[in-house]
Design a protein around this ligand. Structure first.
Ligand SMILES: [Zn+2]
Length: 414
């Protein structure tokens, strides 16, 4: 365990949580939960804090679709007062993000008590919040500690467990993308962290049946993997070990749903479907001979700048200026640079195929997600086929990183 960010994944998280608060002399709290997580764990946490004679205020967020926007943040502020308090986030990703952001802005600390192994962001310093219908991620702070109560995690709704699995197997495609970025685009890379990230994902795959049955041993492995993924990002200082083209696609879909005020879908549910898309691209690379790659690269033409900017406008209207700026290395590529990149791809074709070989096949990914009760189709995450395709084609504009999406584009895979 890292001493700078203690993480407990235990059968009863409340005693170590109380002991931690006592050691740190914390005695004023603002507990944040929603109408599901309060009965699941929040009420017991609140009672345990009060039993110590400590001062607790509680914000219970109402509604089926809690998002990290101004309305819900206002609910938390209304439950508070003008006294400095440690925020206690009892919930999954959104409750944690709200608590992370508000505690940071109030110059207070927060402690995370996850109620579902649904996402890898518990230890993150980034707070994704929704402003004017667009999601932005602000650098804030990580929790003082994480206390995960295993029986609560096992009793979480199955779609949340499936979403956590989707977010965790995304490390298999994101790390491969990272290696492509290192090989072909000179991106910084750390082999040890890459391996840790992969190991976390494979450990969960090995426990697939136990996770699918919500058995505690399996769900514990899933949560440990998600926490490890979070640590990989913290240790590397960027999201690269845990986020590749599959996340970029998912972000585009998410923004589309947000923009139109449609039902939000769990992060890991969208990411899991996008992992299938990336795995399909890797399938194609695995099957592609060097000769075929050479022919495809020879046929590739430098993308048209104006057409790419028009695509960014369609895919990410709220972020157009920012994305045009970060995409500059691709948008402004000259014929000579494009030719050099093609040559580099061909020169490294064997290594590229070795990287592709680390990725499970799309058929395997679909099988895993079905076994776990996860989502695998556009319709299951509330998208039309056309919207799904938008993410597949244009998701890569969300980051300036090289990924299988950028490579696939050069190989004519989309
Ligand atoms: Zn994720």
């Amino acid at each position: 365990m890292r001493t700078d960010l203690p993480v407990y994944i235990v059968n009863d998280a409340i005693p170590p949580f109380i002991a931690f608060c006592r050691e740190r002399d914390l005695n004023r709290f603002l507990l944040v939960a929603d109408t599901n997580t309060y009965p699941a764990l929040g009420r017991r946490v609140e009672a345990a804090l009060r039993d110590q004679g400590w001062d607790v205020r509680t914000a219970i967020l109402h509604g089926d679709d809690v998002i990290a926007d101004a309305t819900y943040m206002m609910q938390v502020l209304l439950a508070g007062d003008n006294v400095p308090r440690t925020y206690v986030a009892v919930g999954s990703g959104t409750i944690t993000d709200i608590s992370r952001f508000l505690s940071h802005r109030a110059a207070q600390k927060f402690i995370s008590l996850p109620t579902a192994a649904s996402v890898d962001g518990f230890t993150s310093i980034g707070a994704p919040i929704v402003v004017d219908g667009a999601k932005i991620t602000l650098v804030t702070h990580g929790p003082l500690a994480v206390f995960a109560d295993i029986p609560t995690l096992c009793a979480a709704p199955r779609p949340m467990i499936a979403a956590g699995f989707g977010d965790l197997i995304a490390k298999l495609t994101s790390v491969a993308d990272w290696e492509l970025g290192h090989l072909l685009w000179g991106e910084p890379y750390d082999a040890t962290i890459a391996q840790r990230s992969r190991d976390a994902a494979w450990a969960a795959v090995k426990q697939l049946d136990a996770i699918a049955n919500a058995e505690c041993e399996g769900v514990k492995t899933l949560m440990e993997g998600l926490i490890e993924s979070g640590f990989c990002m913290l240790d590397f200082g960027e999201t690269r070990p845990a986020s590749g083209a599959e996340h970029h696609i998912s972000h585009m879909w998410e923004m589309l749903l947000l923009r139109e005020g449609r039902h939000s879908v769990l992060h890991g549910a969208k990411v899991g479907v996008a992992v299938i898309v990336s795995a399909q691209r890797y399938d194609a690379i695995k099957a592609m001979s060097r000769d075929e790659a050479r022919d495809r690269l020879a046929a590739a033409v430098l993308p048209d700048r104006a057409a790419d900017i028009a695509a960014i406008r369609v895919a990410f209207p709220h972020m157009m200026d920012e994305l045009i700026e970060i995409q500059a290395p691709f948008l402004d590529m000259t014929e000579a640079q494009f030719g050099a990149l093609k040559a580099q791809i061909l020169d490294n074709w064997d290594t590229i195929r070795q990287i592709a070989a680390t990725v499970p096949s799309s058929a395997e990914v679909v099988g895993w997600l079905r076994r776990i009760g996860g989502t695998t189709t556009a319709a299951e995450i509330g998208l039309t086929d056309a919207e799904f395709e938008l993410g597949v084609r244009y998701g890569h504009f969300y980051r300036n990183r090289f990924s299988v999406a950028k490579l696939g584009r050069m190989l004519g895979l989309v």
